[in-house]
Design a protein around this ligand. Structure first.
Ligand code: DAT
Ligand code: MG
Length: 138
């Protein structure tokens, strides 16, 4: 079934000029870019987006990091794109994310309180629907 996922190029990816490379990898995998915009997130928007992490030790640094510069929000479309993009992104910690993935090839540990790992991807159909609504409206 064709599905949609919410992808964010986080502020580290935008600042390092990696947006084009990241979009190229999404397209090279065969997914379609359905929506794309550069936005400066707000605290309110991030509180919704990261609601599941509220109260965790990395929550505040995560929100500050996501406010540190613009992000590029993307809706990508294709069969099994939710799982497929998570696989393309690699595991959360960029130090150990597999080579060949976005995080594994382009990210690393900068010794900060939060993992700056270049991209976000929705983790389930429910998350995707919720997050697309948050970033793009319905
Ligand atoms: P993912 O982005 O792989 O879905 P997540 O949803 O568990 O990971 O966490 C959201 C973000 O928070 C993640 O991209 C980076 C940061 N983060 C998660 N766990 C962390 C930790 N233990 N220490 C520092 N930052 C962390
Ligand atoms: Mg997540």
């Amino acid at each position: 079934m064709t599905e949609r996922t919410l992808i964010l190029v986080k502020p580290d990816g935008v600042k390092r000029g990696l947006t084009g490379q990241i979009i190229a990898r999404i397209e090279a995998k065969g997914y379609t870019i359905a929506e794309l915009k550069q936005v400066s997130a707000t605290r309110e928007l991030l509180a919704q987006h990261y609601a599941e992490h509220e109260g965790k030790p990395f929550y505040e640094p995560l929100v500050e990091f996501m406010l540190s510069g613009p992000v590029v929000a993307i809706v990508a479309e294709g069969h099994a794109v939710i799982t497929g993009f998570r696989s393309l992104a690699g595991t959360t910690d960029p130090t150990t994310a597999a080579p060949g993935t976005i995080r594994g090839d382009l990210g690393r540990d900068w010794g900060l309180k939060v993992q700056q790992n270049l991209v976000h991807g929705s983790d389930s159909p429910e998350s995707a629907a919720r997050e697309i609504g948050i970033w793009f409206g319905n």
